[in-house]
Write a protein that binds this ligand. Structure first.
Ligand code: ADP
Ligand code: MG
Length: 250
């Protein structure tokens, strides 16, 4: 039976309590299907990172259901979640979080180690993964010798090392100098073309137009509008989407 790679239903996330409560997700439902590329857009503070964190089992929702490959994650004990993340989910964040004292290759090998792959086999696999993101010649380079775009590509190779069923990207290019964005977007587009299941927060319009199957606009912890990129970028219906797109459409 075909089932979503990740599905959340009626997810609510409230940070804090009482007068200080922040309603980051007010009630969100989303299914990401195998091979699908879903894009999340919306202003800062709209709940995008919170939703990604809940879907990636980094963060427990206040209420609602989270299903990963058909298993109800919200019913699992906290101690089961690392294994679920390890088996299913690859994260790429704005910051690269590479270990500065390890080479690019060793950073990827560290992830392979979590999968039980070590030694010469891990070395070969790390080289292949770095080649996949266009960094075959940087296996022995340290993060300090890499550009931001190269570091982010190492981070993508490291996430791929986990052989994730779903890749979650949270504004992967927002810390990069403009001239370095393209090389990271290219790697993401290649992944999308290869059939990777992806949930991506980005405002890069080239990726949105060329790679996304579905675009969702969030604001204030709810989905404002969703549709196919062609439809939503040419004829957004909701005034909040229209206003937002005016800033980014180019
Ligand atoms: P986005 O990624 O769209 O910018 P976030 O999911 O980071 O939005 O944040 C949604 C809302 O939740 C914001 O109002 C933010 O300030 C708040 N928030 C996020 N993380 C926390 C936290 N750990 N504690 C309290 N409030 C938080
Ligand atoms: Mg965010």
């Amino acid at each position: 039976m075909r089932e979503p790679a990740i599905a959340v239903r009626d997810v609510v996330k409230t940070y804090g309590e009482g007068a200080a409560a922040v309603h980051a997700l007010r009630s969100v439902s989303l299914e990401v299907w195998p091979g699908e590329v879903v894009l999340l857009m919306g202003p800062s503070g709209s709940g995008k990172t919170t939703l990604l964190s809940v879907m990636g089992c980094i963060l427990r929702p206040t209420s609602g259901s989270v299903r990963i490959a058909g298993r109800e994650a919200s019913a699992m004990p906290e101690s089961d979640l690392p294994a679920v993340r390890l088996e299913h989910i690859g994260f790429v964040f704005q910051g690269f979080n590479l270990f500065p004292t390890l080479t690019a290759g060793e950073n990827v090998e560290l992830a392979l180690d979590l999968k039980g792959i070590r030694g010469a086999q891990a070395q070969r696999r790390a080289e292949a993964l770095l080649a996949q993101v266009g960094l075959a010649d940087k296996v022995r380079a340290f993060p300090s010798d890499l550009s931001g775009g190269q570091k982010q590509r190492v981070a993508i190779a490291r996430a791929l090392a986990m052989e994730p069923k779903v890749m979650l990207f949270d504004e992967p290019t927002s810390a990069l100098d403009p001239e370095l964005i393209g090389e990271v977007v290219k790697v993401m587009e290649d992944l999308a073309n290869d059939g990777m299941t992806m949930l991506v927060v980005t405002h890069e319009m080239s990726f949105a137009r060329d790679a996304a199957d579905r675009v969702i606009f969030m604001e204030g912890g709810v989905f404002v509008e969703e549709g196919r990129p062609d439809d939503i970028f040419t004829a957004p219906r909701d005034p909040r989407t229209q206003q937002f797109l005016q800033r980014y459409l180019k």
